[in-house]
Design a protein around this ligand. Structure first.
Ligand code: 5CA
Ligand code: ZN
Length: 407
């Protein structure tokens, strides 16, 4: 489906280096080593409610990866899905009396507007699951042909015994996996399964639920396999980064990795699994199901979207943190300082600002460190220091190209 518009990215002198990133599977910060084209898959929204700050924080993290790769001279092939058919969406549609398709379409459109306002670089392919049900069914058939699945009352399950490296992405204990599977859309207690951690690949048609014809019978895709199918079809196996929030480590990225492994024979399915921290409100993870949300669309009606971006960048992407209203005010104040400084006729030399911001971001996306570099320059500039006439414009370009903050 339609992606969203591409923000301008000003060119910068010289080139940066590909970022080092914390890979959940490795349990440490590792270099990314993309080819001429870096390949990234980032899990998209389930469009049953508006984009909240937690979503924005996650997409912003991967936008930084995108920008840093580009600055290092790479093309970036970035793909994202939208889970436009899934239980929570169907439930919300039922509750609100809306058609599930209309609900999904409306929220996806609002998401596009939010991403544009935040200057998030769009994916090359933005794929709704309902557009590719055939591809997903074909992948499930491929897994079945490899002997990795079994049938349970018409539903198709992945047999965890067919995944010799199960656990390699999350590193979680079986006990934790069982708990999380129950909390995050799995069905560890369903009678008849061979193993509680086996997961659903294809859900046979139920009365009143949407379904599509396939050689597996009428039904709809299970959650994890949608992303595996979309990533494989667009990026191929062995892509550079699979991304999302840390709530996707298990079961979503774990299960997807083994589907990809069995289907393609390639391991690892993604070279790095990168996860953003959780944003909370009032002590609890912001989530559509809990309803403790700060919507991006509402906040950007109150403050400049670039201040929203700065408020998020003030936290390291891997940190779990809590949103408080005072963060709006400090982000606005920072934006005003940066704009004043970047509007001066002269300023202190800024070549070092470029190099230091590059170094901070290449080091596992240290955005707070990068902000501090620009803060320091702005303070010196506003104090009247510096006679370089090119410096204010260069700092403006650094903020825009690398941090996505247009001054
Ligand atoms: N459609 C699936 C992925 S295939 C999904 O998880 N959708 S979602 O709408 O629930 O979340 C979209 C993205 O935002 C995911 O990467 C998720 O990890 C992230 N996310 C959700 N809640 C938060 C939060 N409170 N803080 C940070 N990131 C979050
Ligand atoms: Zn996903």
């Amino acid at each position: 489906m339609r992606s969203w518009s591409v923000p301008k990215v000003p060119p910068l002198p010289g080139a940066g280096v590909p970022p080092r990133l914390f890979d959940t599977a490795a349990g440490e910060i590792v270099p990314t080593r993309p080819g001429p084209t870096a390949r990234m898959y980032v899990c998209g929204i389930t469009p049953y409610d508006a984009t909240h700050l937690g979503h924005a924080n996650t997409y912003l993290a991967f936008d930084l990866v995108n920008r840093v790769w580009r600055d290092a001279g790479h093309q970036v092939h970035f793909t994202q899905n939208a889970t436009d058919v899934d239980d929570p969406l169907l439930e919300r549609a039922e509750q609100t009396g809306l058609d599930w398709r209309e609900l999904a379409e409306r929220e996806i459109e609002l998401f596009r507007t939010d991403m544009e306002a935040l200057r998030i670089l769009p994916p090359r392919e933005y794929v709704a699951v309902t557009e590719v049900v055939d591809q997903v069914a074909e992948l499930v058939e491929r897994l079945r042909d490899k002997g990795a699945t079994y049938d349970l009352d018409g539903d198709v399950y992945f047999d965890v015994a067919a995944a010799p490296k199960f656990g390699a992405v999350s590193g979680y204990s079986e006990g934790l996996m069982l708990t999380l599977s129950g909390e995050r859309g799995g069905d560890p207690g369903r009678p008849g399964k061979k193993h509680p951690l086996d997961w659903l690949l294809w859900r046979a048609e139920r009365p009143g639920e949407p379904s599509w014809p396939s050689r597996l019978g009428r039904g709809r895709p299970g959650w994890h396999v949608e992303c595996t199918a979309i990533a494989l079809a667009n990026l191929g196996g062995g892509f550079d980064v699979a991304g999302g929030g840390s709530d996707l480590i298990f079961p979503h990225h774990e299960c997807g990795a083994h589907e990809g492994h069995v289907a393609s024979g390639e391991w690892p399915f993604a070279r790095a699994y990168v996860h953003a921290g959780m944003v909370a409100l009032d002590g609890e993870k912001m989530s559509k199901s809990k309803g403790n949300l700060v919507f991006v669309s509402r906040l950007r009606g109150q403050i400049d979207p670039m201040a929203v971006r700065l408020a998020l960048l003030a936290h390291h992407y891997r940190a779990d943190w809590e949103w408080t209203a005072d963060q709006s005010a400090s982000a606005e104040a920072r934006l005003a300082r940066w704009r004043s400084a970047a509007g001066l006729r002269t300023g202190p030399e800024a070549g070092s600002v470029l190099e230091e911001v590059r170094a901070r971001l290449a080091d596992d996306l240290d955005a707070p460190g990068a902000l501090a570099v620009i803060d320091g320059w702005a303070e010196r500039a506003l104090a009247g220091g510096g006679t370089d006439p090119g410096a204010p414009a260069l700092v403006g370009d650094v903020a825009d190209a690398l941090l996505g903050v247009e001054l």
